[in-house]
Design a protein around this ligand. Structure first.
Ligand SMILES: [Fe+2]
Ligand SMILES: [Fe+2]
Length: 302
């Protein structure tokens, strides 16, 4: 992604459909290392997966706390879609995490640590900060998704099952990337709290992923392999790796006038929606069980 993708005016917000998926057949015979047959990169994505179920519940709750203050019917509908999509992500990642736990990875232990950390965050911070934290984390998922969509060589390194699962989640992250931000802005969220939350969430995310990844590698006994074949380390942390590649779009968040739709992903969404869900050639047409379009809730009295 380049700054060429950062422009005005904003495109209309996309629909946020709730897709009910069934990935159970894709979870049969999961490979131990599903990215480039590489323990380091695979453990990194597993660490991501470990934080997702409770992370998604935290995000849903933080938006729900403000739902009744949202006056715009269009945004109300997108909030319904956001909650539905994140609920499905949590459920499906729970199932994947269980499958990897059964293979000897410490996913259930990591799940408990993640739940404890987010419970503490809920207890010690006000609702406004929790929503800002969600806004910040949604920025991470949006920029990593866009980067992955624009780099087919990265997609090709996943096994087919892992790739379509990841693309489904990333597609929906892109569809709803503005929802928490719009709720935050429309209910009076400040720039200061948004930036503070981004600084805290950056430390939280980097620290948690690193801890979880080291834990997974230690239990897996694969430190030796990682050190002998460091390509996975370069792919995540190297100067041309994942985090270096999304650093500029990450910084855009700190502009006072920033809005997620300034990173224009309209054409990408159409392309990935067709690739995954076309009734003729969709890679996920068999996993899609039904799609629900959320309706506007009864508005709270003004
Ligand atoms: Fe999600
Ligand atoms: Fe999300």
């Amino acid at each position: 992604m380049t700054t060429a993708t950062l422009h005005m005016p904003m495109p209309a917000a996309p629909d946020v459909p709730v897709r009910h998926m069934d990935f159970s057949e894709d979870r049969v015979n999961l490979p131990r290392y599903f990215y480039d047959n590489d323990p380091f990169a695979s453990s990194y994505f597993l660490a991501f997966s470990a934080v997702i179920p409770h992370g998604e519940r935290f995000f849903m709750e933080s938006v729900r706390n403000y739902r009744d203050q949202v006056r715009d019917p269009g945004l109300q509908e997108r909030v319904g879609g956001f909650i539905g999509q994140e609920a499905m992500h949590g459920k499906e990642h729970d199932a994947v995490n269980d499958a990897y736990d059964a293979m000897g990875f410490p996913l259930r232990k990591l799940d408990r640590v993640s739940r404890g950390g987010l419970k503490l965050l809920t207890r010690v911070t006000p609702h406004r900060f929790q929503l800002a934290f969600t806004v910040a984390m949604e920025h991470f998922t949006a920029i990593v998704s866009e980067y992955t969509f624009r780099h087919p060589t990265i997609q090709a390194k996943f096994t087919p099952e892992a790739r379509r699962f990841m693309l489904w989640h990333m597609l929906e992250e892109t569809e709803h990337k503005s929802v928490a931000f719009d709720v935050y802005q429309s209910t009076g969220g400040s720039y200061f709290t948004r930036v503070l939350a981004m600084i805290v969430s950056t430390g939280f995310l980097i620290g948690t992923l690193l801890l979880f990844q080291l834990w997974i590698l230690a239990v897996d006994g694969s430190f030796g392999t990682v050190l002998r074949h460091p390509r996975g380390i370069a792919g995540i942390y190297g100067p041309r790796g994942l985090w270096a590649s999304v650093f500029r779009p990450y910084l855009d968040f700190f502009r006072p006038s920033f809005h997620p739709s300034h990173h224009d992903t309209e054409a990408l969404l159409i392309e990935i929606q067709d690739r995954l869900f076309s009734s003729q050639h969709g890679e996920l047409k068999n996993q899609l069980k039904k799609t629900i379009m959320p309706r506007t809730r009864t508005m709270a009295a003004a």
